[in-house]
Design a protein around this ligand. Structure first.
Ligand code: KIV
Ligand code: ZN
Length: 386
């Protein structure tokens, strides 16, 4: 049975760029947008056109440049925002307007000083107005994670009737548990009339470290779009990380879901975004961190040298990492030392290895990591006949 495709909506250039200190200039955004298109994302959220003239120009330039992906611009449920977004997107081959409003009681009361019925009215007005400019209109129910499901279903039903093609269910504050978020998506699937006319989308934030788990719970319950960013960057603790959700679907055939992402470009894209934003990738970051395929304990190294699959669930080449690395530390065993010594030119016999290993342990105790140059020094000190 062929797998169902989950649309990847990349918001690195919008939600991702909201990270303090990570502002990109137009040229940098264009380079990233071109790479995202090559990576195979289905939708690129290019910015929030009304927010500044610079953002407007960036969205407009990206709209002209991108060949395959849909290009999307964010708006509030405000007519002027929608007009400006439509203008910025007018050269896009596939334009999408992303409009919406807060739906939780907290947003309705504190942000809008309004009431539920008035919010539904504004949501419908915004979608209907956006439909005058583009066919593809995505609606976001901000703070859907904390919105009561029955009311959320009413909002969704009303905007689908007004022509929304995508329903974005953001866990804006990263509050939901995976079961709760999955149940929310299922509730909407089961209770919104004509739900088949729209795609349900997961937009999860990582305040409790659950963004990826929540997005996967969403697609397991019927959502068919995930909104995410490269390296999981985004407001506060960030958004769902693109590379994580893509590889989860790829590594778990039982989900019967896949994406159009060329995973071999993931590592390089992560590095590119990190450099351009000046935001380092934490070394232990899943999939793209420097240590994601590094093995340092003796037991693991021995296993990986015998067969990679003993401690690796992903072939590093599948995400564009050239090889798994065997890092030499005081916890490494003989197998790792022999492996690395061979790479730098020493084919050691068992007796030679025993001698060199003693010298290695002595050396490694005084260093965090033993690098290739150190191996030459260790072999020389061990005085073995070569
Ligand atoms: O997190 C959120 O709710 C958002 C919306 C504006 C889509 O980013
Ligand atoms: Zn967000």
């Amino acid at each position: 049975m062929s797998k169902e495709i989950v649309q990847i909506f990349d918001t690195t250039l919008r939600d991702g760029e909201q990270v303090p200190g990570c502002k990109l200039d137009r040229e940098q955004k264009l380079v990233i947008a071109e790479r995202l298109d090559e990576l195979g994302v289905n939708i690129i959220e290019a910015g929030f056109p009304i927010s500044s003239p610079g953002d407007f120009k960036s969205v407009e330039s990206i709209a002209k440049l991108v060949k395959n992906a849909t290009v999307c611009g964010l708006t509030r449920a405000v007519k002027k925002d929608i007009e400006v977004a439509a203008e910025a997107l007018k050269y896009a081959r596939k334009p999408r307007i992303h409009t919406g409003i807060g739906t939780s009681d907290s947003h309705i009361k504190h942000k809008f000083n309004s009431n539920r019925d008035a919010i539904i009215e504004r949501a419908v007005e915004a979608v209907s107005y956006a439909k005058k400019f583009v066919e593809d209109v995505e609606f976001y129910a901000e703070d859907a994670g904390r919105t009561d499901n029955e009311f959320l279903a009413r909002v969704c039903e009303a905007v689908v009737k007004a022509g929304a093609t995508v329903l974005n269910i953001p866990d804006t504050t990263g509050y939901c548990l995976p079961e709760e978020y999955g149940a929310k998506i299922k509730y909407l699937k089961d209770h919104v009339k004509h739900i088949d006319r729209a795609v349900l989308s997961c937009h999860c934030h990582n305040d409790l470290g659950l963004a990826t788990a929540n997005s996967i719970a969403g697609v397991m319950n019927g959502a068919r779009q995930i909104e995410c960013t490269i390296n999981g960057i985004g407001e506060r603790a960030g958004n769902t990380s693109l590379e994580e959700v893509v590889m989860i679907m790829r590594q778990h055939p039982s989900l019967n879901l896949d994406t159009t992402i060329n995973s071999r470009l993931l590592y390089d894209t992560s590095q590119m975004v990190s450099r351009k934003m000046g935001m380092v990738v934490q070394p232990n970051k899943a999939i793209v961190g420097a240590n994601a395929f590094a093995h340092s304990s003796g037991i693991h190294q021995d296993g990986v040298i015998k067969n990679r699959e003993t401690y690796e669930i992903i072939d590093p080449a599948d995400v564009g990492v050239t090889e798994s690395s065997i890092v030499l530390t005081a916890r490494s065993g003989r197998a790792a030392l022999a492996y690395r010594a061979k790479i730098v030119g020493y084919e050691l016999t068992k007796t030679q290895l025993d001698e060199v290993y003693q010298e290695f342990l002595y050396f490694a105790d005084s260093k965090k990591e033993v690098v290739d140059e150190d191996i030459h020094e260790i072999v020389a000190k061990s005085k073995i006949a070569l």
